[in-house]
Design a protein around this ligand. Structure first.
Ligand code: NAD
Length: 479
């Protein structure tokens, strides 16, 4: 008997005893830590039926009623913070201190959107004739289906769930195969909070069966996805069939520009936080760093001192900063990018080695600092998703901006300068949805998060975040 044998949560019931099971393992030890049902089209259908049945009551409640329930849900998450964080570290591998931080971050969306739901306003517009009135109202889109990734097992759900529920929508999520336990724990807390049955459903299922069903059932009115650009592209094709409303939070390839007038201590601290969180497996991680020639040597000296201090290991152990990579594919990608860079002339100042244990099926990679990078290297073009920091030298702002924008991705970009007019010019020139100016950790519930170009469609968080779950209706009235 493994430690967490959990069931799907559909229509307020815990179901799926009789289904085949997905095994959940600890990426730091290779141990089996739990199982969840491997649902398919039938379970997805049940969840759609339930979410559709629940929609009438949930959408008609007052925003204040919904906010009360969301607030109770938020309080329960905070009361169970330690338990949720430990579960997350077990299934995702991130250090416990980061999992505790993720619980706060995940819960903040519920707290913030509970209140924002009360501010869903319409408009009155002057009419086109004397007896004409124009009203614009906002209504919930309806049943929402979500597909989420493993790198933030709680926050990638609440960032979608909270605005959807606050707007009056009902919700179905298919969590990732690697980290479904946190999702089901959230459902347990939602149930305890009194969120009515059918309003929040968690279906662990085969991804294709789940998506075939949600894209073909016209009662589902909105699909929201966070994950790779590759899968996002597939889903966009499926959405074209029924012209399904779609939000996509996809891959990134964040550049960092360190100008010669930057506060180098601040830049080092922020870049460390941005790059090495979650072992470098975040979509807004600093992926490539461009440093101006005047401060190149001084910056690298400071940075290498900090990278050397990082300790890799099991995230449940005190003092560990870098957990394992999620799986063998992720590890091989990092390993091949490092090899490619070294073959093309990069120098490795810290780390550089993989620490895979094939018997246990665990994949650690040493925190790594590479310098003398150039544009020919894969790492400067492709998302790495690992604890490797590559540094390239630049001379002028024009060159840095050209290098930063030379990518099909446009999620997050960072730069460091103390000069305000230079900073305004750089921030306006970068083709990214999120800009960190002297800031390496920009994400928060009250700000719009999302990408340009192939990094996605739509925004999560902020007032933009709830708009994604609202329809605009124009009522033209003759009196
Ligand atoms: P992934 O695309 O492989 O998986 C994400 C989800 O999609 C999982 O639930 C998976 O089961 C599901 N999925 C896989 N194939 C599918 C299919 N054919 N049909 C339907 N669903 C399918 O991505 P991942 O490896 O889990 O996550 C890492 C990626 O996510 C990175 O590229 C990262 O940058 C991106 N990401 C983006 C953001 C953002 O906000 N933009 C946030 C976190 C992660």
């Amino acid at each position: 008997m493994s430690r967490f044998d959990m069931l799907n949560y559909i229509d307020g019931q815990w179901v799926g005893h009789d289904l085949e099971k997905i095994k959940v393992t600890n990426p730091a030890t290779g141990e089996l830590i739990g199982t969840v049902p491997n649902g398919g089209e039938a379970e997805t259908q049940l969840a759609i039926d339930a979410a559709h049945r629940a929609l009438g009551d949930w959408s008609k409640r007052t925003a204040s009623d919904r906010a009360d329930l969301l607030r109770t849900f938020f309080n329960l998450i905070m009361e169970h913070k330690q338990e949720l964080a430990e579960l997350m570290t077990l299934e995702n591998g991130k250090p416990l201190k980061e999992s505790l931080g993720e619980v706060d971050y995940a819960a903040s969306f519920i707290e913030w959107f509970a209140e924002e739901g009360k501010r869903v306003y319409g408009r009155t517009i002057p009419g086109k004739r004397e007896n004409h009135r124009i009203k614009v109202i906002k209504q919930p889109v309806g049943v929402v289906a979500a597909i989420t990734p493993w790198n933030f097992p709680a926050a990638m759900i609440t960032r979608k769930l909270a605005p959807a529920l606050a707007a009056g929508c009902t919700f179905i999520v298919k969590p990732p195969e690697q980290t479904p336990l946190t999702a089901l724990k959230l459902a347990e807390l939602a149930e305890q909070a009194g969120i009515p049955k059918g309003v929040f459903n968690v279906v662990c299922a085969d991804p294709e069966s789940f998506s075939n069903k949600i894209f073909s059932d016209m009662r589902v009115r909105k699909i929201t996805f966070t994950g790779s650009t590759e899968v996002g592209r597939l889903l966009m094709k499926k959405a074209s069939e029924n012209i399904m409303r779609l939000s996509l939070e996809l891959g990134g390839h964040a550049p960092v520009i360190v100008c010669d007038d930057a506060d180098l201590d601040q830049a080092v601290e922020m870049i460390m936080a941005s790059k090495f969180r979650n072992s470098g497996q975040t979509c807004i991680c600093a992926n490539r760093v461009y440093v101006q020639s005047g401060v190149y040597d001084a910056f690298i000296e400071k940075l290498s001192g900090e990278v050397k201090k990082l300790k890799w290991g099991n995230g449940m152990e005190e003092g560990v900063d870098i957990g394992p990579l999620i799986d063998k594919d992720g590890y091989q990608k990092v390993e091949s990018q490092v090899k490619d860079a070294l073959e093309k002339g990069a120098k490795c100042l810290v780390g550089g080695s993989g620490r895979a244990d094939l018997e246990k099926d665990t994949y650690f990679f040493e925190p790594t600092l590479l310098v003398d990078m150039n544009e020919s290297m894969d790492m400067m073009h492709i998302e790495t998703f690992g604890p490797v920091l590559p540094i390239q030298k630049f001379e002028s702002d024009e060159e840095a901006i050209r290098l930063a924008n030379d990518t099909p991705f446009g999620l997050a970009a960072y730069f460091f300068t103390q000069n305000v007019s230079r900073g305004i010019k750089i921030s306006e020139a970068l083709e990214y949805g999120i800009i960190g100016w002297n800031d390496g950790v920009p994400s928060c519930a009250q700000a719009p998060f999302g990408g340009m170009k192939q990094s996605g469609l739509g925004r999560e968080g902020g007032t933009e975040g709830i708009e994604e779950y609202l329809e605009t209706k124009y009522i033209s009235l003759s009196i």
